[in-house]
Design a protein around this ligand. Structure first.
Ligand code: ARG
Length: 457
């Protein structure tokens, strides 16, 4: 039965139903829909809009529907959308009392409420998975804390750093995602219910009460905005998109560092794939697939932004398009987060190779310049002198590590014997003790702080 068939003299065309119905996908909102209705009917009873015994009947009916769907006894089909489905089922179960559930409510404020309830749950799942991932990154940071690796800029070796610094950088990104999710969830917890179709209602309802029953922060302040606002969908998709951006960068680094050319990481066999023709291959399909899924999640963000950009106030059917992208993004992001959290601790750090790489290609050159600057040479001049040393090394096939103190002294009288100790990768990394720097001591402090901050969520 259609909720609106009274005005119509002919039944809907089959094609209209196929095109218009949302039950095939909004059935995912069944829990949220029943929760919303339970709060609404409790408030209606409390405010005397419907009789207490009617409210009780409706409540019992809704609870029995919830239990039946939960146990798989009730198939979600045969209605236009989840809201119609639940209401039809309610009337079938409790009779005329059920017809009062929709008092002081419209499907417009109902669907906006249901979807917010759903998204708030989705934030909880994201938060759990993000925390888990940060846990794995901390495991890796602790594993890497004793070792050095090269840090890069422009994908050229730049400066040695404690290997834990690399993993901590990603923890910081995901901590920001956790914070962002929490902030967006606060804005999502503003209740549209009671906005009616668009203009509110003449019944003596108490929207604060409904908000409290549902654990929302407050009712929305403007009914017209309440039924048409889908910012919370765009925000959720933005949160997902940025998580995917961070994951994708991590994937790219993992792929790169596990190549034969870099050889800093080895992904264990359980999380690698092979080739049907090249027997020697061990491929990083997991991070590649994740990097690929990033585009798909960005696409969902772009879709909702485009969908809402020209929708006149208030509700228009365009807004039914808000759901499928979010459902897919949520699914993709959660699976990426959990697979990454699982795969990470199964990466072996090839510490010797990392250490060697951190001492090659003049990774320690900044420290030579700093050495001179600390002995009184203005940094710009120290930079130029070190540049000459590097050029001399290249021309004479030497390295900063196999230069003798005498070789250094030819470039400046400020050099002493101790310069040879300065150009070791571990020494260079561990000298960077500034707050947030790449020294082992700073990285340890960073790990402690990450653990403390992630525990807040
Ligand atoms: N299935 C609709 C949606 O998802 C529910 C709201 C319908 N409201 C309406 N006025 N047709 O947006």
């Amino acid at each position: 039965m259609k909720l609106w068939e009274g005005r119509f003299s002919k039944p809907s065309a089959k094609s209209l139903e196929e095109f218009n119905d949302s039950l095939p996908f909004d059935c995912k909102l069944w829990r949220a829909d029943i929760k919303g209705s339970l709060a609404h009917v409790k408030m209606l009873g409390e405010c005397g809009v419907i009789a207490k015994d009617e409210a009780e009947k409706i409540t019992a009916g809704l609870e029995s529907i919830y239990a039946d769907i939960d146990e798989g006894k009730l198939e979600l089909c045969g209605a236009e959308d989840i809201h119609s489905f639940v209401e039809n089922e309610l009337v079938a179960r409790v009779g005329d009392a059920g017809k009062k559930l929709h008092t002081a409510r419209s499907r417009n404020d109902q669907v906006a409420t249901d979807f917010r309830i759903y998204v708030l749950d989705a934030y909880e799942n994201l938060t759990r998975n993000l925390k888990n991932l940060v846990g794995s990154l901390v495991v890796m940071a602790e594993r890497g804390v004793k070792y050095v690796m090269p840090g890069y800029t422009h994908l050229r070796k730049a400066q040695p750093m404690c290997a834990g610094h690399f993993f901590n950088a990603y923890s910081e990104m995901f901590l920001r995602d956790l914070e962002r999710a929490a902030e967006c969830a606060e804005r999502c917890a503003v209740l549209p219910l009671g906005s009616g179709a668009l203009a509110g209602t003449s019944y003596p309802i108490d929207r604060q009460l409904t908000a409290r029953y549902l654990g929302f922060n407050s009712p929305c302040e403007n009914s017209l905005d309440g039924v048409s606002d889908r910012d919370f969908v765009a925000e959720f998709l933005f949160v997902c998109s940025l998580i995917m951006a961070h994951l994708s960068r991590l994937c790219e680094d993992i792929i790169l560092y596990s190549t034969e050319e870099f050889g800093y990481f080895e992904i264990s066999d359980e999380y690698s794939t092979g080739s049907s023709i090249m027997p020697q291959k061990k491929n990083p399909d997991i991070p590649e697939l994740m990097r690929g899924k990033t585009g798909r999640v960005y696409g969902h963000l772009m879709a909702i932004l485009t969908c809402i950009k020209a929708v006149p106030l208030a509700y228009n059917k365009d807004l039914q398009e808000d759901k499928e992208g979010l459902f897919d993004a949520e699914k993709q992001v959660n699976s990426c987060l959990s697979v990454m959290a699982e795969m990470l601790p199964n990466i072996t750090l090839k510490t010797e190779r990392m250490q060697k790489a951190a001492e090659s290609e003049f990774c320690c050159a900044t420290d030579v310049a700093d050495y001179l600057a600390k002995r009184g040479l203005p940094f710009r001049d120290a930079h130029a002198t070190t540049g000459k040393i590097v050029r001399w090394c290249i021309e004479n096939k030497r390295t900063l590590q196999n230069m003798k103190p005498e070789d250094y002294k030819k470039f400046s009288p400020l050099f002493d014997e101790d310069i040879c100790k300065v150009v070791r990768a571990k020494a260079c990394a561990d000298a960077r003790t500034s707050f947030g720097g790449a020294a082992q001591s700073s990285v340890k402090r960073n790990i402690k702080s990450i653990k403390k901050r992630v525990a807040k969520y």
